[in-house]
Design a protein around this ligand. Structure first.
Ligand SMILES: Nc1ccn([C@@H]2O[C@H](COP(=O)(O)O)[C@@H](O)[C@H]2O)c(=O)n1
Ligand SMILES: C[C@@]1(CO)OP(=O)(O)OP(=O)(O)OC[C@H]1O
Length: 159
């Protein structure tokens, strides 16, 4: 079996709003995330990991922030597109591991829903999708609650 690995990282700043999208899940919050799309930093990092595994560029190349089609777009559509891209080349995600970096919201209570949503869009089992979180102990921009960062690692397999 052939394997490829990719990693992704993304950041979005907090802005006005009453909810955020994380891993395809709507979470009520004191702020929204500023972005061209729905600002789902988790799915953006995962898309970049998938694209990176096959050296297919990055999310901004596939869905330019200058393109009105992606204004307020549901980031699950980006993830499904990336799934189709890798499937079309004979690959599928073996597993992925995502870390969300923020003080708030607490991710733990939403992690299972995020895993289920991502697994559905990748067409793989939930136990192949890991979502976890950490604070930065109040240090840096995430520590000051100025935004959320996410990093993702993804392994692709081809029989
Ligand atoms: N946004 C977050 C941040 C953390 N968690 C959970 O809390 C644990 C402790 O975080 P530390 O940064 O103090 O190590 C962490 O392991 C997560 O389980 C969370 O749910 N959401
Ligand atoms: C997702 C896209 C879509 O236009 O815009 P944003 O929502 O701003 O998110 P970013 O992480 O900056 O990735 C770039 C774009 O592909």
């Amino acid at each position: 079996m052939s394997m490829r690995i990719g990693q992704g990282f993304d950041v979005h700043a907090f802005g006005s709003g009453d909810h955020i999208m994380l891993g395809g899940v709507r979470i009520a919050h004191t702020h929204g995330l500023r972005a061209h799309s729905d600002g789902d930093v988790v799915l953006h990092a995962l898309c970049d990991a998938m694209l990176g595994a096959l050296a297919l560029g990055d999310i901004g190349m596939h869905f330019p922030p200058t393109d009105a089609r992606w204004k307020d777009a549901d980031s699950r559509s980006f993830l499904r597109h990336c799934t189709a891209l890798i499937r079309g080349r004979g690959w599928q995600v073996g597993n992925c591991d995502i870390t969300v970096i923020c003080e708030r919201p607490k991710v733990g209570p939403h992690a299972q829903a995020m895993r289920a949503c991502i697994a559905c869009d990748l067409g793989i089992a939930v136990d192949a999708v890991s979502v976890k979180a950490t604070t930065t102990e109040t240090l840096g921009f995430t520590g000051r609650s100025e935004g959320i960062a996410a990093q993702a690692v993804c392994l692709l397999e081809r029989p």
